[in-house]
Write a protein of this length. Structure first.
Length: 399
């Protein structure tokens, strides 16, 4: 596969067209010329799951950066990410994951349902008010605010600080894109990481002095180094809403482009709608791993130190796994996807983001039965790793 094809404007507009071609070539293909350190693209459903659970493939950890970006420690953004469980494997990863699992429990998520419902209705009231002046920008007014407010509630971040967070979180997200680590993006992400580190350091000190029933207070009391504590708080906070923001934006687009599906969505079937939205247009389309030792996947060699693109978006449309994969069908018998990852790094927030989608979509359609997109959503190139709209104008009471 020529990586430039994926990174081209066409590739970014319609990745499923490329995914369909890839599926005709088996489950994994060599990336031409080992461009940008990526040796192999894996796109078959079973093969992607295999890469994600296989101990031979690691996250792009400190050892990987030592190999490819020896100056990486000078970049606060890269240090913050590497101090988190996202970019750690083995026993060190298991230990932090268990620690977070002890405080981020199913009971705590269930207790958030009330907050999710209350926030949703407050945001809908505000959209209604704003709609008096014309179209409403759904991403900023709803899709970002719901998950970030929920994460703020969970972690114990003051709600008034959320507007300050958004540009900083986006700056860190930008360097995760396949070709995103440009000099300019890196400089912005470093500034954001410095500011977020200072912010969370201060908040941790406050919670240590006066603990509350929130994740920051609970984690601050665990046996974690200060760097790992701050790194995990920043990355978990980020992970919790950029992704769910895109689930809400991508999901709403699908509903509004298919009025017959919107009409049949109800409180009873919304869970299968959300699963199908996640399969069809996953907020994270590609995960990346590397092989510390020579390895192979599906017969394609991965030389030591080279990276593998685990193409979740393609796996979700594998015809060997899903009947008629390019059809959006919330009633499908073969539901399920790799959108929350698989194996040891499986998403810790899957239940929370499902809950948010299951509350938000029926409430949106019930409040605004004539909700419509102002312009067709297709046609604009979008990022490949964290895939969603920057902005999405909607007419709350019909166009
Ligand atoms: C629709 C929304 C979401 C999507 C699509 C999503 C997707 C993912 C994926 C694909 C991974 C695996 C990363 C990898 O294997 O490299 C992951 C990991 C993770 N997610 Fe999510 N996520 C979502 C929401 C959330 C929320 C709401 C939270 C927090 C409350 C969260 C916290 C995490 C954490 C902590 C991990 C890292 C687990 C580890 O490294 O062991 N995510 N997520």
């Amino acid at each position: 596969m020529d990586l430039n094809e994926l990174l081209s404007e066409e590739g970014r507009v319609d990745p499923p067209a490329l995914y369909a071609r890839l599926h005709r070539a088996g489950a994994a293909v060599a990336v031409d010329g080992g461009a940008r350190g990526f040796a192999v693209a894996v796109h078959g459903f079973e093969a992607v799951a295999q890469v994600l659970k296989d101990g031979r493939f690691h996250q792009l950890d400190a050892a990987y950066l030592d190999l490819h970006t020896p100056q990486w420690r000078r970049h606060p953004a890269l240090r913050v990410l590497r101090d988190s469980m996202f970019f750690t494997d083995g026993p060190a990863h298991d230990r932090v994951r268990q620690m977070i699992g002890r405080v981020f429990t199913a009971r705590r998520v269930a207790r958030l349902e009330h907050a999710v419902t209350g926030l949703t209705h407050r945001l809908l009231d505000r959209m209604d008010e704003l709609s008096a002046d014309g179209p409403v920008e759904f991403m900023g007014e709803f899709a970002y605010l719901l998950p970030s407010s929920v994460m703020a509630e969970l972690l114990g971040v003051p709600q008034n600080d959320l507007a300050w967070f958004r540009p900083r979180v986006l700056a860190i997200g930008a360097i995760l894109e396949l070709d995103g680590a440009t000099w300019r993006n890196m400089a912005r992400a470093d500034t954001a990481a410095r500011e977020l580190t200072a912010y969370f350091t201060e908040l941790v000190a406050l919670r240590r002095a006066e603990p509350r029933d929130d994740l920051i207070s609970l984690l601050a009391a665990e046996d974690l180094s200060e760097d790992a504590l701050i790194g995990n708080l920043i990355t978990t906070f980020n992970a919790g809403f950029v992704t769910t923001t895109h689930l809400l934006g991508n999901g709403l687009t699908m509903l509004l482009e298919r009025p017959e599906l919107a009409a049949s969505l109800s409180g009873e079937n919304v869970a299968s709608y959300v699963e199908e939205m996640l399969r069809f247009e996953p907020p994270v389309q590609i995960l990346v791993r590397y092989a510390p030792e020579d390895a192979e996947i599906e017969g394609v060699p991965v030389p030591a130190g080279q990276a593998v693109l685990a193409m979740v978006g393609a796996a979700n449309r594998d015809p060997a796994r899903f009947a008629d994969p390019d059809t959006f069908d919330p009633g499908r018998a073969d539901a399920g996807s790799l959108s929350f990852g698989f194996g040891p790094h499986y998403c810790m927030g899957a239940a929370l983001s499902r809950l948010e989608g299951q509350v938000a979509f029926p409430a949106l359609l019930a409040r605004f039965p004539k909700l419509a997109l102002v312009e067709p959503s297709g046609g604009a190139p979008k990022p490949l790793i964290l895939r969603g709209h920057d902005t999405l104008a909607v007419a709350c009471h019909g166009g």
